[in-house]
Design a protein around this ligand. Structure first.
Ligand SMILES: [Zn+2]
Length: 220
């Protein structure tokens, strides 16, 4: 009896008959010469925020790492097992990506669990421990007066992108490459309902609609 999910088997069939024929030579080439993506995306596990879909990426174009709330911990060479650090090491030191994009999103469950201060989902409280890295010692994350819960959540979702970018710079090999101009760090935010993308303007720390940077059409 086949227990593998039917939706996945159907999806693979569609991939094999529609996408694979147009991508077959690319897959062969990527197999023979190896991958050399220029962009790493650090995104959330959220099933609605797939970087390959949002950026319409082809095989071999994006090196993607996803975790709860798209967080990057502070560099910690303490002998522990660090999944994010391992992915960063591979992307930056082996593949030599040119860009790292931290992609936050609306309605993030990890952020919501964090700001709601709800009871742990399990006695192990892995989400609580994971999200606690977002806060610096002594820092308070609280809803402001006249701020709705949604506004509060959006503010923290965007702050999580900024915090991850800040933490990326604690990795010595990343800060060196950024200072030399060989690596660029970027922030982005995906509005799930509208499918809208906002890109971080590092100077103002504001997220601007990606449409603003689209080339004008119609000869204007
Ligand atoms: Zn999320």
């Amino acid at each position: 009896m086949i227990t593998f999910p039917k939706t996945l088997l159907d999806g693979y069939r569609a991939f094999r008959t529609q996408r694979l024929p147009t991508e077959q030579s690319r897959y062969r080439e990527l197999f023979e010469r190896g991958q050399s993506p220029e962009v790493m995306v650090i995104g959330c596990c959220d099933s609605r925020v797939s970087p390959e879909v949002i950026f319409d990426a082809k095989p071999g174009e994006l090196f993607v790492m996803r975790n709860i709330a798209n967080l990057v911990p502070i560099y910690a060479p303490d002998g522990g097992t660090h999944g994010v650090s391992a992915a960063l090491e591979y992307a930056v030191q082996v593949l030599r990506v040119k860009h790292i994009v931290v992609l936050g999103h609306a309605q993030c469950g990890g952020i919501r669990a964090f700001i709601d201060k709800i009871a742990p989902l399990s006695p192990g409280d892995f989400i609580g421990k994971w999200m606690s890295m977002f806060v610096k010692p002594g820092e308070l994350v609280e809803q402001r007066a006249h701020e709705t819960m949604q506004e509060f959540a959006t503010r923290i979702e965007k702050a999580a992108v900024l915090r991850s970018l800040e933490n990326l710079m604690t990795f010595p090999y990343i800060s060196i490459l950024v200072e030399r101009g060989n690596l660029q760090l970027h922030g982005a935010y995906f509005g799930v309902a509208e499918g809208s993308l906002f890109v971080l303007d590092k100077a103002t720390k504001e997220f601007r609609s990606a449409r603003e940077s689209e080339p004008m059409s119609g000869g204007q």
